[in-house]
Design a protein. Sequence first.
Length: 157
Amino acid sequence: MEDKKDELKASRNRTEGNSFKVWQILKDKEDSSKTPNKKDEGYAWLIVFCSFMLHVFLAGIINTIGVTFVIFLDTFKASAGVTAWVGSLNRACMNFIAPVSSMLTNKYGSRPVVILGGAITAIGLGTSAFATNIYHLYITFGIITGGGLGIAYIPAN
C-alpha cells in the first residue's frame, strides 16, 4: 500500500512539472502575439500586387496561344499541324524549364529569377516580331518565350 502511495506522489510531481512547462509555453505565446506583425504592411502589399500582375501577363501570353495560332496561320500560310507546333513548343519549354527555375529560385531568390524570366520572355516576344517563316517562331516564340515564361512562372507561385 505504501508503494502505491509513493508511486502516486512521484507521478503527481512529474505531471505538475510538465503542466508548468505547458503553461509557460502558452504564456510565452500570448506575450509574442502582442507584438505587432510587420508582414502585412505597405511593401508586402506591393509585392502581392506585382505577383498578381505577373500572373496576369503570364496567363495572357499562355492562354492566347489559340488566338495567335489563327494569326500565325494567316501570316505564314503554313498547315495547321506545322503551325500548332509553335504553341506546343511554348508549353513544353515552359514545363521542362520548371525544375531549373526552381533550383535558381532556391539559390538566388524569387526577384532575380522573375526578372531573368521576364527578360527572356521579352527577348523571345520581341524577336518573334521579326520572324519571316513559321520555323523562326519555333525558336523565338516556342523555345525562347516558353523558356522565359517557365522561368518567371515558378517563383511567382
